[in-house]
Ligand binder design. Structure first.
Ligand SMILES: Cc1ncc(COP(=O)(O)O)c(C=O)c1O
Length: 393
């Protein structure tokens, strides 16, 4: 009888996926005392009380059942109103909106709904760690398009155009970007839209940091002429309302695509938690002042951290959105992983090596400023001491 070897049973497309560079790193951090973490990309704020209260109240009222697969109609109606007002894109709550378990699930099912084996999915890099593995798990071919600090980590139409082949089907966008804080102006997005239209490509846009835009208008590609019809718009509550633990997000798009995504969602997730949906309704209806307050705190921290990196001689793009700074550490002569590990060991500051966000992130460090200002102050002092010693030695 052949010996049972569990690894032989792992599907090929899963076997080749690396573990997230962030998690790997933070497993080490967990074991160390006295560490200041600028690592995990999650608000340091607790979910605003009235939103938590809505969840508690939902439980008190016995809201413990499944909901419609698409999500509570009252929540979809509120999402429809919000997305139209905030992004200028109207969606029909009856058939163009699906409530999901975070943007994570929305991205996964959007890709699975549209990608055939071998289809190419383009995305800008450095990017959120899940994009490439999610494309691979959907049997697609991940095609990164590199973004540069000198362009503010925006995606240029020229770079996108160069990467398009006849097998290209989908482009994933995320502005403001995790991990670079890159944003796009309307003029830049119009050029991207032109490429997408000429090559008949579908867009998946991940708008999770839209509300955390500090200056300039945030434009969603979905709002540009001819784009709503070819865009799956993903958004969620994790960042804007500090609701990561609620696991709640949504997808908006053409009815046919939302229906295809809903079929996957129906058989895998069934529906998002009703308690989280009730909380999300409160957030979207009355959470705007909380978001504004948190955004102001992030803005102050952004200003502080960028200045601190400049002062220590590490050039740092000034992010116009998100809560990430992405300083360049090339001048220290260390690779990004080596830099992050040594910084952690000698100064007890945890940041994520830029290489965790794809090869284009090499030479950079992601520092999340969703951490209290006094902690950021101590962390940057420690980083400055570390960099000073490297430059001397
Ligand atoms: C760009 C981006 N998209 C999606 C997610 C996941 O969001 P959610 O908590 O809604 O699943 C994150 C989380 O860090 C992110 O940075």
């Amino acid at each position: 009888m052949a010996q049972f070897q569990p690894q032989q049973f792992i599907a090929g497309q899963v076997r080749d996926i690396p573990r997230s560079g962030i998690r790997e790193f933070f497993d080490i951090v967990q074991t160390m005392p006295d560490v200041i973490s600028l690592g995990v990309g999650e608000p340091d704020f607790v979910t605003p009380w009235h939103i938590r209260e809505a969840a508690i109240y939902a439980l008190e009222r016995g809201k413990t059942s499944y909901t419609s697969n698409l999500g509570l109609l009252k929540l979809r109606q509120a999402i429809s109103g919000y997305v139209e007002k905030r992004f200028g894109v109207p969606y029909d709550p009856a058939k163009q909106i699906l409530v999901t378990v975070g943007v994570s699930e929305a991205l996964d099912i959007a890709l699975r709904a549209v990608v055939n084996p071998g289809d190419e999915v383009l995305y800008h890099e450095p990017c959120y760690v899940s994009y490439s593995p999610s494309i691979t798990m959907a049997h697609g071919v991940a095609v990164p398009v590199s973004c540069q600090a000198e362009h503010g980590f925006a995606l240029t139409a020229e770079a996108l155009e160069k990467a398009v082949t006849p097998r290209a089907k989908v482009v994933v966008l995320n502005f403001p970007t995790n991990p670079t804080g890159g944003t796009m102006t309307r003029a830049e997005l119009l050029k991207i839209a032109d490429v997408l239209l000429r090559h008949n490509l579908l867009v998946i846009t991940d708008e999770i940091y839209a509300e955390l835009t500090f200056e300039g208008e945030h434009i969603s590609i979905a709002s540009l002429p001819g784009m709503r019809e070819r865009t799956i718009f993903l958004h969620g509550f994790s960042k804007a309302y500090a609701m990561t633990g609620f696991r709640i997000g949504y997808a908006c798009g053409p009815a046919e695509l939302i229906e295809a995504m809903m079929r996957i969602h129906q058989y895998s997730m069934l529906c998002a938690s009703i308690i989280s949906q009730e909380a999300a309704l409160e957030a979207i209806q009355r959470g705007e002042p909380d978001t504004a307050e948190m955004r102001e705190q992030y803005r102050l921290r952004r200003n502080f951290i960028v200045k601190a990196f400049d002062a220590m001689g590490l050039s740092c793009h000034r992010p116009r959105g998100s809560f990430y700074a992405f300083p360049c550490i090339k001048s220290t002569g260390l690779g990004s992983k080596e830099f992050a590990v040594k910084l952690l060991e000698t100064e007890r500051v945890a940041c994520v090596p830029g290489s965790a966000f794809g090869p284009s992130g090499e030479g950079y460090l992601r520092c999340c400023f969703a951490t209290a200002l006094d902690q950021i102050q101590i962390a940057t002092e420690r980083i400055a001491r570390f960099v000073g010693k490297l430059k001397k030695g």
